[in-house]
Design a protein around this ligand. Structure first.
Ligand SMILES: Nc1ncnc2c1ncn2[C@@H]1O[C@H](COP(=O)(O)OP(=O)(O)OP(=O)(O)O)[C@@H](O)[C@H]1O
Length: 205
């Protein structure tokens, strides 16, 4: 088994990393799905009650509640992996308690990957995504950052086994993620080549 968790501030690139995994036949377990499932179980709209239910779960079942509820989903997902080593990607750790939970459950089979991008770049990218208009508001992003950091995301980032710096092109980022996931894209192309090719395709600015 090979369980790879991602941690990163809003807009750092976790969703893109998950897309890369899925495209390579690696199942993705999204920790937020546990919260959405609990919202539905309580008859609440996840779009409105996500934060409150996440907090309620932690208060009722302990700080590792969401990680603990994710464990069976990870074990089930390994069976669907196209990879010989049953690689699974887990999207969205937020605290060291969750990290400890996965380390205890999977030992050396768990790798934490930190995805980093500076505030201004994340704000710009989220503004372009258009999933949530308030993300284009710098203040709203700062508040989201603060909420995540309060949960312990900063320390979790510090404790990662692998760092991915998402400050270059999307093509370069995807290539780096494939490297970390151990996916051979069949081109034999190095990171540097991929980045160069991506830049050459840009507007030359
Ligand atoms: N290197 C990059 N170059 C350009 N755009 C990027 C790059 N990396 C990510 N993006 C874009 O930035 C946006 C945010 O990335 P993504 O959705 O992966 O972040 P996230 O960490 O999942 O955010 P959230 O925590 O808010 O869900 C997306 O539109 C994504 O396509």
């Amino acid at each position: 088994m090979n369980v790879i968790g991602t941690v990163g501030l809003p807009g750092s690139g976790k969703g893109e990393a998950a897309n890369v995994a899925e495209a390579a036949g690696i199942p993705v377990v999204v920790m937020g799905d546990v919260i959405r499932a609990e919202c539905r179980r309580r008859g609440l709209d996840p779009a409105q009650h996500h934060g409150r239910i996440a907090q309620a779960l932690r208060e009722e079942e302990g700080d590792d509640a969401i990680a603990a509820r994710t464990l069976p989903r990870i074990r089930e997902a390994t069976a669907e992996s196209d990879r010989d080593d049953d690689t699974v990607l887990v999207d969205g750790l937020r605290s060291t308690v969750e990290l400890d939970c996965f380390r205890e459950a999977f030992g050396d089979d768990f790798t934490l990957v930190a995805i980093r991008a500076p505030f201004e770049l994340r704000a710009e990218r989220l503004g372009e995504r258009g999933r949530d208009d308030s993300d284009s508001d710098l203040e709203a992003l700062r508040e989201r950052d603060d909420r995540e950091l309060e949960l312990g995301l900063g320390e979790t980032l510090e404790r990662a086994d692998v760092e991915i710096d998402n400050t270059d092109s999307l093509a370069a980022f995807r290539e780096r993620v494939r490297d970390v996931l151990g996916v051979d894209d069949g081109t034999g192309e190095s990171d540097a080549d991929a980045a160069e090719a991506a830049n050459a395709g840009g507007d030359g600015a």
